[in-house]
Design a protein around this ligand. Structure first.
Ligand code: NAD
Length: 284
């Protein structure tokens, strides 16, 4: 099968989906951004518009380029409208929810539509297992913030067709990104190697070795752009917690990946970081 990508559907308009849709529209792809929640969609529209406006003010985009990009993107909360050559899902980090949504999208779309997941931690092989034509399911893991971070992990599951992974690799380049190929493995590369950055920092906090601003300041002083708590607030405390849980299960309860009760409490309280106005820090 040949995969020619002209239209991209982005499913989930939260932290990642809005940034991914922005990148796709800017690169000239006809882009459909979908979310189940209309309030999230209108917020995504605002964030993208403001981001393009700032780019114009800084001279990074011309007003014409901003207009062109704006014309490439439509916002919808009607799943039936998500018909595309490539669909990238960026919804909640729950296996069953992703499987169900991709299966529904498969029924709306052609068998040639590539279904890419932005999952940080769930096996692509497992996501694909329930989806019709699993050979077109692939991982396309962007980093946060998607418009700025160049890295994209292109993840091949056990059933992923080589042509599908090749197509995603090329599309990532067309989006101005630096793709790397990865075999399906829990957390792929970055989230696996980086996980103790979060889990150890939370243990340091639990043991009262130092407080949150001190841990963050020290890690920044050693060269990290952000401290672990600042970064968890940017990522989404809920998303980061879900990823740690998934890796803890996938690596058969390796103690170094044990999720933190402090983090769970934040999630339970709705303190999800910047997106909710409160996380390890306050944002209002
Ligand atoms: P988010 O919570 O900011 O947004 C998720 C969005 O999905 C929400 O707007 C929600 O309304 C929507 N949604 C949930 N269930 C849905 C459904 N059934 N149908 C349609 N929309 C639905 O989450 P996020 O941070 O954007 O993460 C999305 C995905 O990207 C996750 O798989 C996550 O692991 C991955 N990811 C996150 C980051 C990060 O730093 N936040 C980085 C890389 C990858």
């Amino acid at each position: 099968m040949d995969y020619s990508i002209k239209t991209i559907g982005v499913v989930g308009a939260g932290t990642m989906g809005q940034g991914i849709a922005q990148v796709c529209a800017q690169a000239g792809f006809s882009t459909i951004l979908y979310d189940i929640n209309p309030a999230v969609l209108s917020q995504a529209r605002q964030v993208i518009e403001q981001s393009w406006q700032r780019a114009v003010e800084k001279g990074k985009l011309t007003p014409e380029q901003k207009n062109e990009a704006g014309k490439q993107i439509v916002f919808t909360s009607d799943l039936q409208q998500v018909k595309a050559d490539l669909i990238m899902e960026a919804i909640i980090e729950k296996l069953e929810v992703k499987q169900n949504l991709l299966t529904e999208l498969a029924t709306i779309n052609q068998p040639s539509t590539i279904l890419a997941s932005n999952t940080s931690s769930l096996p692509i092989t497992s996501i694909a297992a329930k989806v019709p034509f699993p050979e077109r399911v692939v991982g396309m893991h962007f980093f946060n913030p998607a418009p700025i971070m160049p890295l994209v992990e292109v993840v091949s599951g056990l059933n992923t067709n080589t042509k599908v992974a090749d197509t995603i690799y090329e599309i990532a380049k067309q989006l101005g990104k630096s793709p790397v190929r990865v075999q399906d493995s829990p957390g792929f590369i970055v989230n696996r190697v980086a996980r103790p950055f979060y889990t150890e920092s939370l243990k340091v906090l639990e043991e009262n070795v130092a407080d949150i601003p001190t841990i963050d300041a020290l890690m920044r002083a050693t060269g990290f752009k952000m401290g672990p708590f600042e970064l968890m607030d940017l990522i989404g405390v809920d998303v980061n917690f879900a990823v740690t849980n998934a890796l803890y299960e996938a690596f058969y309860h390796d103690p170094k990946l044990r999720p933190s009760r402090i983090q769970k409490q934040k999630v339970d309280a709705g303190y999800h970081g910047r997106k909710s106005g409160k996380g390890f820090y306050d944002y209002f």
